[in-house]
Ligand binder design. Structure first.
Ligand SMILES: *Cc1c(COP(=O)(O)O)cnc(C)c1O
Length: 335
């Protein structure tokens, strides 16, 4: 079994997040019963999935005596924004290295949405051109700050390492407890997968409690083989950290990367359509980079009969709605 209380943790999120039925989307699609796990409601600076990871990461930073945390992400990174918020709340300095991953130059993308919140929380922003080794760039920044006398804790992109993934082990336990309480048999969990920590933690947690619940990650960046390899590697390391090595099998890791469109940070036509649909059916706000793609995948897989009537699907809403304000021009037409 898993005992999460033995790892240092700070309280940042409003947990447990609600598990709700999406009545109107379920009716509209006329397929499986669709539920939503509201990790968009974790409460920290408009919420999102990084809050759970940061409960363990920030506790480790404090335990190591850090006065400064650094992380990196794309310009409209939700992870960067939640890290800035967590650092503010805990009294640590925060440096964010924001990568120009899209080449977008409009003001809203560069300064509104998550970037506005980064600034409000008092984070220091540095911009970087697109770079395949952003974690390496972050280490260079860390060395500069250490040379100035700071005690620096670096958080990898997306907070995705075994410590951060503990947040989603916790989410797995929480979800199964909620489902048990109301007698809900979950056939599939679906969510957007990027830097892999969410899916890795979920799968390790669900395997660790022998839930038998499969997870489908909808990719937002890497091709399927690469994404599954990344998730499997991190899920395996997370299981080792939990003291249950070998619990996660390669077959437990499934990603579908058919909904990426043009690439990371570029919403596809079906991303925009999924965002509009959920806003109108159940008044749920998705985002253009992650949860909109995850939901586009879920909707399409229902329409194709991959998820069937009589089944119960839980969409894990990983948050990101602050990012909508970085993409207003994608929603100008009332299609
Ligand atoms: C980071 C993020 C994800 C992806 O989670 P990973 O742990 O990076 O795979 C999904 N949705 C939103 C809104 C995110 O910010």
């Amino acid at each position: 079994m898993m005992n999460l209380a033995r790892y240092p943790r700070v309280t940042l999120g409003h947990l447990p997040t609600p598990l709700e039925k999406l009545d109107n989307l379920t009716k509209e699609l006329n397929g499986p019963e669709i539920w939503i796990k509201r990790d968009d409601c974790t409460g920290l600076s408009t919420g999102g999935n990084k809050t759970r990871k940061l409960e363990f990461l920030m506790a480790e930073a404090i335990a190591e005596g850090a006065d400064t945390v650094i992380t990196q992400g794309a310009t409209q990174s939700n992870h960067a924004r939640q890290t800035a918020a967590a650092a503010a709340k805990l009294g640590l300095a925060c440096h964010l290295l924001l990568e120009d991953r899209t080449g977008k130059t409009d003001f809203d993308y560069k300064e509104n949405g998550n970037v506005l919140l980064d600034r409000l929380h008092g984070a220091k922003l540095e911009r970087s051109p697109a770079n395949p080794d952003m974690n390496g760039e972050m280490e260079k920044l860390a060395e500069r700050l250490r040379a100035e006398g700071h005690k620096v804790y670096t958080i990898p992109g997306g907070g995705s390492n075994p410590t951060g993934a503990l947040g989603y082990v916790n989410a797995a336990i929480e979800l199964i407890y909620q489902a048990n309480t109301i007698g809900l048999k979950i056939d599939h969990v679906v969510h957007a997968t990027g830097s892999a920590g969410t899916q890795a933690g979920l799968v390790a947690g669900l395997a660790g409690i022998n839930s038998g619940v499969p997870v489908l990650g909808i990719g937002v960046r890497a091709p399927k083989a690469k994404q599954e390899e990344n998730v499997f590697a991190l899920a395996s390391r997370t299981a080792e950290k939990l003291g249950i090595p070998g619990t996660v099998k390669r077959a437990d890791i499934v990603a579908n990367c058919d909904y990426i469109g043009e690439g990371y940070g570029f919403p596809a036509a079906n991303t925009i359509e999924a965002i509009r649909t959920l806003a109108r059916t159940d008044a749920i706000l998705l985002d253009p980079v992650y949860s909109g793609k995850g939901m586009a995948g879920l909707i399409d897989l229902v329409k194709k009969g991959f998820f069937k009537k009589g089944e119960t699907i839980v969409f894990l809403h990983t948050g990101g709605s602050a990012g909508l304000f970085g993409y207003p021009t994608d929603f100008l037409t009332n299609a």
